[in-house]
Design a protein around this ligand. Structure first.
Ligand SMILES: [Zn+2]
Length: 383
């Protein structure tokens, strides 16, 4: 039955089956009759009908396979199912069409995050960190820009993952979680925080005369994250706005949209103005993300020799990854066997660490060799 594990059956079925197998591991190893109780313990009614048949089949097969030499057959099966389940974290079904598009998307994203946490939970129980590592690579490789994925997956994932690790007594700095958090922090700093504009804070100010149209214009100008807006107005009112905008060339430009009725006046803020005026919000977003992972001490433990770069990026003195790069060094408290490689970081397009990193690359390589079970995240290829 193993060849059919990865196709066809639903996530809900396999996760229920996995839990049932795990809970009934001993009796499955002991007797053929255990198959029935295994099926009965599945509470999910949707999964139960399928599970009864499959568990019977599995039990039947197992009783023939289990021998004094090989008591691990149930564990092999459990891990195979865990692997299959991990591949289905994103295969959530679209929500019912009674919801609007936006709401459906939110429900889908929430379902994905819940699956990720559930899979990690099961992997920790089964002590199968390889599955976690493969899952993390899969998530990092999934479609979407990193900015989108922070909103949809990474940011919602951090709090429940942190709670899970706490409840399981797992150090956030143990592999492969350390690797995941290093990549997430680095990517957030590079892609969401970005760099602070060299421009001194632009003087976002009212530029209108106070009339109704000018109030709309000022609302746009004073919104730090707004980049462009089109005002559809009759010509005389457009000309009025153009005159007001002429007093604020340092902030924005305009152009007339000569289709539609009435024509539009498209006002666009200068990119450096947007960059400078969004620094505060971006900085706050980065601080909140780091705080969702842990205190400054925790972030320092995770980032090790690169912690100074994190602080510099947040303060706006140097963008993350701006320095010349050498090989990644694990954090000072990093668990041996942590094996997200430099290749992985390169592929994940996370800036390589600075030359101030404490441990030289060969140490990291040795650690990898010492741990033959470590999955090399170097296969990660986002190009
Ligand atoms: Zn006016």
């Amino acid at each position: 039955m193993l060849p059919c594990l990865s196709k066809g059956a639903s996530y809900i079925f396999w996760i229920a089956f996995l839990k049932a197998l795990r809970e009934n591991r001993q009796s499955l190893l002991g007797a053929n009759t255990a198959a029935k109780s295994s099926a009965e313990s599945i509470t999910n009614s949707d999964a139960q009908t399928h599970a009864e048949g499959v568990v019977s089949e599995a039990g039947g097969t197992l009783s023939g396979l289990v021998s004094p030499e090989d008591k691990n057959v149930v564990d092999v099966l459990i891990n195979k199912i865990l692997e299959a389940v991990a591949k289905q974290w994103s295969k959530v079904l679209p929500a019912s069409n009674i919801y609007g598009y936006g709401q459906s998307m939110t429900i889908l994203q929430t379902a994905k995050v819940e699956r990720i946490v559930e899979i990690i939970d099961q992997a920790i129980i089964c002590d199968n960190m390889e599955v976690c590592r493969t899952l993390f690579v899969d998530i990092l490789k999934s479609k979407g820009t990193s900015a989108e994925k922070f909103i949809q997956i990474y940011e919602p994932l951090v709090p429940p993952l942190r709670n899970l690790l706490q409840s399981k007594n797992r150090d956030i700095c143990s592999a492969p979680f350390l690797d995941l958090f290093q990549i997430l922090i680095g990517t957030h700093l590079r892609d969401v925080l970005g760099k602070k504009s060299q421009l001194s804070k632009p003087r976002l100010r009212k530029i209108g005369c106070g009339c109704a149209e000018c109030q709309q214009l000022d609302k746009f100008i004073l919104n730090p994250t707004a980049e462009t807006e089109t005002f559809r107005l009759v010509q005389v009112r457009r000309t009025h706005l153009e005159r007001q905008i002429a007093t604020a060339r340092d902030l924005c430009t305009y152009e007339t949209i000569k289709y539609g009725s009435p024509h539009g006046l498209q006002v666009t803020k200068r990119p450096e103005v947007v960059e400078a005026s969004t620094w505060g919000p971006r900085q706050n977003a980065a601080k909140s993300f780091l705080a969702s992972i842990g205190t400054d001490d925790v972030i320092e433990r995770i980032m090790g020799g690169r912690y100074a770069d994190v602080v510099a990026a947040i303060n706006g003195t140097m963008p993350f990854g701006a320095k010349a790069a050498v090989n990644i060094a694990p954090g000072p408290n990093a668990t041996a066997g942590s094996s997200v490689t430099n290749d992985a970081r390169r592929s994940a397009q996370v800036p390589a660490p600075s030359s101030t990193a404490v441990a030289p690359a060969p140490a990291a390589s040795r650690k990898r060799k010492d741990n033959p079970n470590a999955v090399n995240l170097g296969v990660l290829d986002l190009t």
